[in-house]
Design a protein around this ligand. Sequence first.
Ligand SMILES: NC(=O)N[C@H]1NC(=O)NC1=O
Ligand SMILES: [Zn+2]
Ligand SMILES: [Zn+2]
Length: 504
Amino acid sequence: MNSSLLLGVAIAIAIGCASILLPYFSDRNQGLNEGCSLLPHRHFWLYSKRVLTPGGIMPAAVEINGGHIVSIVHQNKAPKQTKGAHVIDYGNAVIMPGLVDVHVHLNEPGRVEWEGFVTGTKAAAAGGFTTLIDMPLNSVPTTTSKEAFDMKVDAAKGRLFVDVGFWGGLVPENALNNTAIDELLQAGALGLKSFMCPSGINDFGQTNASHIKEALRILAKYQRPLLVHAEIPQPSEDEKTEIDISERRMYSTYLRTRPPSWEEEAIKILIAVSKDTHFDGSKDRAHIHIVHLSDSSVSLDLIKEAKESGARISVETCPHYLAFSAEEISDGDTRFKCAPPIRDVLNRECLWKALKDGHIDMLSSDHSPSSPELKLLEAGDFLRAWGGISSLQFGLPVTWSYGQQHGLQLDQLSELWSQRPAKLAGQHKKGTIVTGNDADIVVWDPENEIQIGENYTIYHKHPITPYAGKHLFGSVITTFVRGNMVYENGSHASTACGVPILAV
Ligand SMILES: NC(=O)N[C@H]1NC(=O)NC1=O
Ligand SMILES: [Zn+2]
Ligand SMILES: [Zn+2]
């Protein structure tokens, strides 16, 4: 045989071998960026006895291909491993839609010493969150213009372990400038966020009813929501007197300075302005979303009444208002300082009731950490410490553990953490396990006991949190974002392949 014939035969054999072996490797890595996933497959099945679908919890196999859910098969046994499709049998663990947190402060660019895209999204992945929506403050600059928005999106690229969308900021400087608001929304902001009280950040001023009303008309045009920190300071005796440090250390002092009337007043105004917010004769009104409701008394009654009379209003509350009560907060323990404040135990129980009865639409973390020094832990000064609770990673075990004591079912929990928040953020391919959706999934063990910071690593930038040492139920085993296994049992994927989510 001459050498060219030999070469021909060798090539033919090589092609033959490749075509035999190709089906075996065809689900490996194709279309996946190296490092994005701890699992080297693009086509695979997840099986468990407890898969949470819109039809209920059932034994099922979820088929994932190219980042999407391509089929859900109700069956009592795991599918057989084949050459073409890898199978992971999770036994009795729960397979649920990944959680969507519409209220996080990742603080990048500008305040990465408080948190950041890498640390925040790694914590999210470890906590079963597959999508976060970042607040327009406390980054520098605040996200109140198209330029600042573009800077934030640029800063996020290549640094996200889960998908992240962004709210734009509504402040007095842009509220009456329709062009500026249009530009911010066209740049991809999923909606806007505003404060009706001082925000604690100098370049993020508070808005009044006129600012909000004007912005709502533009938001109605885009059909995107306005999220509002609903507290308006009310006159009080405290303003007139100097409060000394021994009193500033008392939690009761802080609670007195921020009574429920602050929430009530803001909510009354929001309900009033929500009435006439159609854009140029269109039939759709603007949507107002009240963030982090704490007061479960008059404020909640106002929201219920407004909803009953057809107002387009939704409301969230946060794990810290459901897990803690004022009675248990020690003087000086500023880890618990947040705004609005954590109120008494009766208030907490009414929040649980409202949540179960469907009057509160969703949960969010309001993860708002700062650098440790700003919490003034040594002085324990409640009036001067940074207000914000660090909690992103713990949302699932906290709300599940306390939720169980209040009769909350798994499907309700998932609606509150995934389905409804995804809808608020306009993410129709996320939040439920249905064919065609993004394969954003958390696999977790609701019965496993954990202790925050002990047998449970905290991935936030700083470990300071009022949950430190808490015994809870529920540990995340695996988190998938668009089919990428981004977290498994204490390990993260090596490359950050989450993407910025922009409104289109
Ligand atoms: N600026 C900021 O993050 N503030 C948040 N912290 C808090 O406790 N409530 C808030 O609105
Ligand atoms: Zn707020
Ligand atoms: Zn917040």
